[in-house]
Design a protein around this ligand. Structure first.
Ligand SMILES: [Zn+2]
Length: 317
């Protein structure tokens, strides 16, 4: 048997991941608000919605979702596992912290953050025995600030110590994917176990190829989010990168969340809606992107490479 990957339903051989969406979310809801105001979030209603949503994604052919919600973005391992149980989809959860927006992160040492991640990895997340399948960290518009550097160092050291792969949230506008790679290289991480996320929001081939030449995977992971980058451009950039020989380092996904309470998104807006009312969901690639790629002459082997082989190789590395 090959290398095992931790899913929320236990370890699974990497060969059994099948069609995998590398950057998705089930739930992002603020724990403080959930605890303080019952109307903020209704778990049962959420579960009905999310399991229907994810069930449809499984029916369209997706076998595995990588749930990249880190700790301070509302990770809820019970919700994630219940969605997996109800739908039969395989879900891989992560450990790690979001970037800087938490008062309690200021002044923390790398060791203190590593101790938390180590608990998730060795004992299980929250009060379960579920182990993370990867480490998630983030840098956003503020760039690699002093706090963010502490975070990146802690996550890189934990990746080294545990052998888990690492995935990031990055922002192309400040080219922070390259700075993340600098930190990961300083800590001696294997680039084949690194996925720099949110690279598909830009069509700057210079930036993307600079990242790819360092050996990591990049995430073209917001298909369906036309506001950040329209579909036509996303597909165009994907095609160009494939033509230039980078297909084995590309991951395609949606960064879709069944429910998120950030900013103007509220639970009451989801009530009574259908998971397919909006075209942007975790079926978008199968419904819109793959037909476009086929139309453009993209071969089935290439689609298999993007959705099956690359995710498997990342977890096997
Ligand atoms: Zn995300």
């Amino acid at each position: 048997m090959g290398r095992m990957v931790n899913t929320v339903n236990g370890p699974l051989p990497a060969e059994e991941l099948g069609v995998t969406l590398m950057h998705e979310h089930v739930l992002q809801a603020n724990w403080s608000m959930r605890m303080s105001y019952p109307h903020w979030f209704n778990y049962d209603e959420f579960m009905e919605y999310a399991s229907e949503d994810v069930k449809r994604t499984r029916e369209i052919g997706v076998r595995t979702l990588v749930e990249q919600t880190p700790v301070c973005l509302g990770r809820d391992i019970h919700a994630i596992r219940e969605v997996a149980d109800r739908t039969g989809i395989q879900i891989i959860a992560c450990t790690g912290f979001f970037y800087t927006e938490n008062q309690w992160l200021f002044g923390r040492s790398e060791e203190s953050l590593m101790e938390c991640m180590r608990k998730d990895i060795n004992e299980g997340i929250q009060d379960t025995d579920i182990r993370p399948g990867l480490i998630k960290c983030a840098t956003d518009v503020a760039g690699v600030t002093p706090i963010n550097r502490v975070l990146l160092n802690a996550h890189a050291r934990m990746a080294k110590e545990s052998g888990l792969p690492i995935a990031t949230h990055s922002y192309y506008g400040n080219r922070s994917g390259l700075q993340q790679m600098d930190v990961f290289e300083q800590h001696g991480l294997n680039p084949e176990k690194i996925l720099i996320g949110h690279c598909g929001d830009t069509n700057d081939l210079g930036y993307l190829e600079e990242l790819l030449s360092r050996g990591c995977y990049i995430g073209l992971d917001r298909f369906g989010d036309d506001e950040k980058n329209p579909l036509k451009n996303r597909v165009d950039t994907l095609m160009k990168l494939c033509e230039r020989g980078w297909i084995s380092q590309l991951m395609i996904s949606h960064d879709y969340v069944s429910f998120v309470d950030l900013g103007s998104f509220e639970w009451k807006n989801k009530r009574g809606t259908d998971p397919d009312d909006a075209v942007y969901n975790s079926r978008y690639i199968h419904r819109y992107v793959l037909p476009m790629l086929r139309e453009l002459g993209f071969e089935e082997k290439g689609i298999q490479q993007l959705l099956v082989e690359n995710p498997k190789n990342y977890f096997l590395a």
